[in-house]
Design a protein around this ligand. Structure first.
Ligand code: SF4
Ligand code: SF4
Length: 376
């Protein structure tokens, strides 16, 4: 195939990707990942915490050929998940009194609801991305029957943000997110690895963070050790989703009312202020995930949890992780009406839930004591 055909194939592939709902699409060359050495440093410093898969799959992240041996092109796609119906709450730390040495992430006026990160408020994005990538690959095979390819979502060992930058999509913000000038950072990355040579996009080289430090300043757990360097062990997303054991006590108050994930360092980013809303119906927030009913979650059996969360991103935390988070957020909210369900949770079969419930009861009691002292 001559180069003019390659070029037109790239353009038609991009048109098809946009038709499938990917608002961003770019093509990167299949060479070792630019950020592999930084990843080694990050892992060596222990910043991955207990995410053992990051170590297990480490070598595989060096080059996309670990996923597709004859890979020639990496088609990067971005799926906007910025909800069109969201209540645009301010950065949660604004106007909230500090708890201990941390700023609280607890929003003023919240009651017994927990917050869920935006990407997780609709259907499981893995399913949505995979289905679209399969359709894109089917389109490529219609065009080039001998082509081989593989769709990749974040479960495969690809340094997606590296390839997104190389495909011209945007720059790495100080909050570690890939930021696009038009979409901001509320988009999900996927990749289609192909053994076909395609016309490449130019890598994105400028950085438009400038002197801004809003994300670094707003993080309630001080998880950024430097601009662009995240210690996951302190990040609420890691603590509420990836961590299987108890959340360190000193970090619990800083969770505020985040029950699954955290968006604070994206909410404060000026590049997200005018980000357009997405058009993918399956990613639109479901009311019950926009405001997670913590008492209801705390009372869920395994079967309830499966029925409710099986096809959502919350499935990842497993029942015991989500109930742990719900108990801690109830402790942070400090409403005494949560005590009876928390007392019930003290006999939960999972030690993780029992311990968090006990902590929450004590946190509510401490808060009640403080308020009675204040009213004297
Ligand atoms: S997601 Fe939340 S806790 Fe994690 S770095 Fe961003 S602001 Fe900090
Ligand atoms: S908040 Fe500011 S520093 Fe942080 S990623 Fe956005 S523009 Fe960059």
């Amino acid at each position: 195939m001559d180069s003019s055909n390659h070029s037109s194939l790239a353009e038609r592939l991009k048109t098809e990707a946009r038709r499938l709902g990917f608002e961003l699409v770019g093509i990167a060359y299949a060479a070792p990942a630019d950020g592999f050495d930084q990843l080694q440093d990050w892992l060596a410093r222990g910043f991955a915490g207990e995410m053992a898969y990051m170590h297990r799959q480490n070598e595989a992240r060096r080059h996309p050929k670990s996923i597709l041996p004859d890979v020639k092109s990496v088609v990067m796609v971005g799926l906007n998940y910025n909800p069109s119906t969201i209540s645009r709450e301010p950065a949660a730390s604004a106007g909230v009194a500090p708890i201990g040495k941390f700023k609280s992430a607890l929003a003023v006026g919240s009651r017994l609801n927990g917050k869920v990160a935006r990407y997780a408020r609709g259907a499981d994005y893995h399913d949505v991305l995979r289905e679209k990538l399969d359709r894109l690959l089917a389109w490529v095979r219609d065009e080039i029957p001998e082509a081989n390819g593989r769709g990749v979502v974040d479960t495969a060992p690809l340094l997606e943000r590296d390839f997104g930058r190389r495909a011209g999509m945007g720059w790495f913000g100080k909050n570690t997110m890939l930021i696009n000038k038009r979409l901001g950072s509320y988009f999900l990355l996927g990749a289609l690895l192909l053994d076909t040579e395609l016309e490449l996009d130019a890598p994105f080289t400028p950085n438009h963070c400038g002197t801004c430090t809003a994300c670094l300043d707003a993080c309630p757990t001080h998880a950024f050790v430097a601009p662009g360097q995240l210690d996951s062990r302190r990040c609420i997303s890691y603590l509420t989703i990836e961590l299987r054991g108890p959340i360190p006590e000193e970090l619990r108050p800083a969770l505020g009312d985040w029950a699954f994930g955290c968006d604070i360092c994206q909410e404060v980013c000026p590049w997200n202020r005018k980000a357009p809303a997405d058009s993918e119906a399956r990613l639109q927030p479901r009311p019950e995930l926009e405001a997670l009913d913590l008492i209801e979650v705390l009372g869920m059996s395994d079967e309830d949890f499966r029925r409710r969360f099986r096809h959502t991103a919350l499935w990842r935390s497993k029942r015991r992780g989500l109930l742990r988070n719900a108990a801690i957020v109830l402790g942070n909210i400090g409403d005494r009406s949560a005590i009876p369900p928390l007392e019930k949770a003290i006999s939960d079969p999972e030690p993780l839930v029992r311990e968090a419930a006990q902590w929450a009861i004590e946190a509510i009691a401490r808060r009640a004591d403080l308020s009675s002292v204040r009213s004297l």
